[in-house]
Ligand binder design. Structure first.
Ligand SMILES: C[S@@+](CC[C@H](N)C(=O)[O-])C[C@H]1O[C@@H](n2cnc3c(N)ncnc32)[C@H](O)[C@@H]1O
Length: 276
């Protein structure tokens, strides 16, 4: 059967999708030929791509476990991707079985896939919504039913803001989401950076994403990523580290020196608290 015949209704297999590309990078099977071709093109110009993706998964898992240990019981995971394994709810529920996790993605396949994966898992749900449309996302009936905005929330923005163009103002969007959270809430964020990358190579990579369903990829310098967390208090990423952004794989690492790989250096990560 061809990809077109196999694909669920509403899933376009003629255009690569960042969610399905990421699934392929992580060794999943929820991807199509067009996604695999796109990943091969990206990898040709970004050889540490797989390492970066795994470093990022490590950040996600360690940061949400830490947040659960701080007492956070509500998580909104925006740009959740195609759940592969060791997802947010797995890490959180290992600490706090009563916690609620709302997965959000604008790729329709994510919700389809999540329905099967999350069946019977209490305290979880997945909706299709766009980070760039906060009113729709926050006003969604599932969000409203599941998240109590009078209590602290962890907002997870793990490798999603680099799919948002400057024109769509990711800084203003984060401000809008954080504005609706009570003090004691957190943001966990990672993003691919343009720092230390050869601009011609990066140009080839962003050209692949420009032809994907996201319409673009926007790696940013450190200061522009840090600016997403304006007004929040960044927590030290590991013991003895200053309270600032770190490379993706270093966050929460037991051995930050060993975690400091080339792939890890493709992006920055931070967890930051809303204190007032
Ligand atoms: C690289 S994956 C990250 C998955 C997961 N957060 C992780 O870090 O392991 C990026 C995800 O963001 C999603 N995404 C991109 N733009 C988005 C938007 N505007 N709104 C919601 N999701 C978006 C993509 O569909 C994809 O699933």
């Amino acid at each position: 059967m061809s990809d077109i015949e196999q694909a669920p209704p509403g899933v376009d297999v003629t255009v690569p999708s960042p969610a399905r590309m990421y699934d392929y990078i992580l060794g999943g099977s929820a991807n199509y030929a067009v996604d695999r071709e796109a990943v091969k093109k990206v990898r040709a110009h970004m050889p540490d791509l797989n390492d970066a993706a795994w470093a990022n998964r490590g950040f996600l898992q360690r940061s949400v476990r830490w947040l659960a240990e701080q007492g956070i019981r509500q998580f909104i995971d925006i740009g959740a991707g195609l759940p592969t394994g060791n997802n947010t709810h797995d890490a959180v529920h290992a600490v706090a079985p009563d916690a609620r996790i709302l997965y959000v993605d604008n790729d329709p396949l994510v919700e389809i896939h999540a329905k099967a994966l999350l069946e019977g898992v209490a305290g979880t749900a997945c909706i299709t919504a766009d980070f760039r449309a906060p009113d729709g996302l926050l006003g969604h009936e599932v969000t409203r039913a599941m998240i109590d905005f009078t209590q602290p929330v962890a907002l997870l923005l793990v490798t999603v803001t680099h799919f948002v163009s400057d024109e769509d103002d990711p800084w203003g969007l984060v401000r809008r989401y954080v504005g609706g959270l009570v003090p004691g809430s957190y943001v966990a964020l990672s993003a691919i950076t343009s720092d230390r990358q050869v601009s011609e190579e990066l140009g080839e990579v962003t050209a692949v994403y420009a032809r994907s369903s996201s319409g673009g990829g926007y790696p940013r310098p450190r200061a522009e990523i840090e600016r997403l967390l304006t007004g929040l208090e960044i927590v030290p990423p590991y013991e003895g580290a200053p309270a600032e952004l770190c490379y993706i794989g270093e966050w929460g690492a037991e051995d930050p020196v060993a975690a400091d790989s080339d792939g890890s250096r493709l992006g920055y990560a931070a967890v930051a608290k809303k204190t007032a």
